[in-house]
Design a protein around this ligand. Sequence first.
Ligand code: TRP
Ligand code: ZN
Length: 880
Amino acid sequence: MTEQLDQNAHTANSKTEIYLKDYKPAPYQIDEVSLLFELSGDDALVTALSHFTRSDAASTEPLCLDGGPFMELVSIEIDGIPLKPDDYVKNETSLIIHDTAADFTLKIVTKLKPAENTRLEGLYKSSGNFCTQCEAEGFRHITYFLDRPDVMAKYKVRIEASKADYPVLLSNGNLIKKGQMPNGFHFAEWDDPFPKPSYLFAMVAGKLACLSDEFTTMSGRSVELNIYAAEEDISKCDHAMQSLKNSMRWDEETYGLEYDLDIYNIVAVADFNMGAMENKGLNIFNTKYVLASPETATDQDYNNIEGVIGHEYFHNWTGNRVTCREWFQLSLKEGLTVFRDQEFSSDMQSRAVKRLDDVRVLRMHQFPEDAGPLAHPVRPEKYIEINNFYSATVYNKGAEVIRMMHSLLGAEAFRRGMDIYFERHDGQAVTCEDFVCAMEAASDIDLRQFRRWYSTAGTPKLSFTRECDGDDVLLTVEQSISINGAEIEYDPLHVPIKIAWVDKARSVNGESSENNAPPTLLHLTDAKQTFRFEGVGKNVVPSIMREFSAPVHIDHDLDTEELLTLASFDIDPFVRSDALQTIGRNIILTAAQKLESNEEFHAPESYYSTFERLISDDDTDPAFLAELLTLPGEIDVGQHMQPLRPQTLHKAREFVADQIANRYFEPILDKYNELQAFDECNRPKQQGVRRYKNTLLGYLARTSVGEDILSKQFDNSQNMTDEIAALGLLSSSDFDYRNTALAQFFERWKHEALVIDKWFAVQAVSKRSDVLSTVRSLLKHQHFSFVNPNRLRALVSSFSVLNQAGFHDESGAGYEFLADVVLKVDRINPQTAARLVAPLGQWKRLDHARQLKIQSLLDDLLKKHSLSDDVRELLEKSLN
Ligand code: TRP
Ligand code: ZN
């Protein structure tokens, strides 16, 4: 057989759109699969034995198996009889068998070249170890199969490999048997008793060290816990292990959900397309979300690890035990599991700060997605490449949709709804609709209109206006959605609005700010609706969207003084923080206008005095103070500037920050010194202190002591949080010490890949005007890699996503840079290339000259190059 195994060529016939409305149940079910992996050198021979039974007895359709272009078909037989060439047809994406019985066993042998697989999908090698990634459609690159989540089978797996080279052999489920073979080979046999879709299959073979522990479940069963990593990294797995045990306990306590196998394995690999993968009993993780030590990982890294470990663990019930019918239902498992990991982290740390962080992520990444050419509903209706829908919308807005149901039902009814969901659907592949039905069954809340959140793209804007009627207040709310700058028509959404009233007079007296009336949950269901609040009086400020009760833009008519009342006295952390952010944003936008017309600008005195009061506040949680004292970022403010003028915006924000820094230099410095002296104690507190301290450092960097204080912190820091905070500020500066620090940091950490990622990232987000040429030259640095997604994103995405002013350089060179990188990476790893495209889709928000530059780049890419489906789908959408 002559097979062309070019791993890098993109298939000539590109995929077409797949529609939710076309869903049909699978023609066959596969109840049992047994897989044999013979690993030798860099090759893998895979023998798959699957038992098929026809679902629809009347059907005579030929059997169409999914398959990829990168594997060689070695042999194929049915019930022990080899198929003749006429019995089947094979092309790049499928294998069609003409005449199949109602019940049969298929044996297929395929040969793979994992070492050449830079797509990091299917079976590949990372740092010399074999590993797999099958979600969403990677299993079809291992063998021909019905590679769809509604086909659920029990898997038995046998792995054979050289014992010296691959001492660790892992797959899903429980280890049944292992032993020696001739010629220095050994084998292991794994058995997963739970039927699962192919996307949850996993296999690992490699040289790995192991950290082991144990967990006793609520019913008293003992579970063996293992984290596998490279020998030199195994000392950095303790935090991940602790997070795993915390997750297991949390899910028992919160949802009564217990782990269901005797063993839970996690493997950390350096080359990985995303964060981590919830394969049944064998999670595979990006090293970034496992490895941590105080010297090499920031507090943020620690929190991310806790969140991702929790996320993958929680998938065992929300994703694995109950899975998705097809990929349009992706948010069924992802939105729900993000909600669960957010709640877990809230319970482990500070609920208030976690909510602010989650809202910030949503606004920074999901809102722009939802307002631009890549906007799609939480449950998309069509796609070309499903990998492009592992989006902020499906994950983060999906989590907000679950959170809104939680608010509408209340915690108790929500929990009952979860119980009903598992009672009804354990072991099944189901839909978002099934989830909502379970929630309805648990409560008397009518969610008929609420369901529209699943099918409506775009972020609703809520506009609030007030009117007094005697002692009553009439609050009118209007909802609307704009995508690509144009208002769309849609059936109104059911929006939960949590609101309370803050008394101005009482606030001023320093009394409790809460009005007599408790917070209310309003149900906005019409396009425009008026709510009457009886007897709240005239002297009140509405505290709107407490806890950020819905994923919406908030537009209201509160003036600066009213916002400052909320900022100072509201008891809701979101409303407090958002009030200050809103003022900060308005100040920066006004400063930008004044800059453009060469006028002088001064922020209102009352804003400054609030700032000053916060610096001298010793009672409030330091992490929360850090949040309050941070000016809104350029990306955030940019969403309110039409058209976006990135450089003006940048200058305006710098101007405001400089003013604050120099005006309050002394109190900021005093506070900084006080916090610096604060001894290390328990993690959340200490973490909050560092966050606050490093926020203040950002202001001090703008003053006469800037270079001195940054170099001191850089030289003396005992942990990565402080070290990278100082280096980041140095990297943006013109100080002499800048280059020294960058060089020192590189020398100190050049053997720690995850730390070197940070070194690339701090240079990519630099505010210096030479950032573009720096980033270009870093592409040629010997430690840069187009093949390792972490390294690639550390440089490229940090620049294109986070460095608004740098990326949107007037010359358009930032766009050319990104287009070049996308093309290059597309030949190596289409999934990861596609994840770089989004910034080019933002052109409608820019001025005409920039629009033309991006349009012609997109046009060129599409016309002149052969592209993967992944990248092509996004470029085509982005151009529209
Ligand atoms: N399901 C995984 C999660 O949410 C993410 C995932 C989807 C993924 N596709 C992937 C991870 C491809 C790596 C590669 O945690
Ligand atoms: Zn997930």
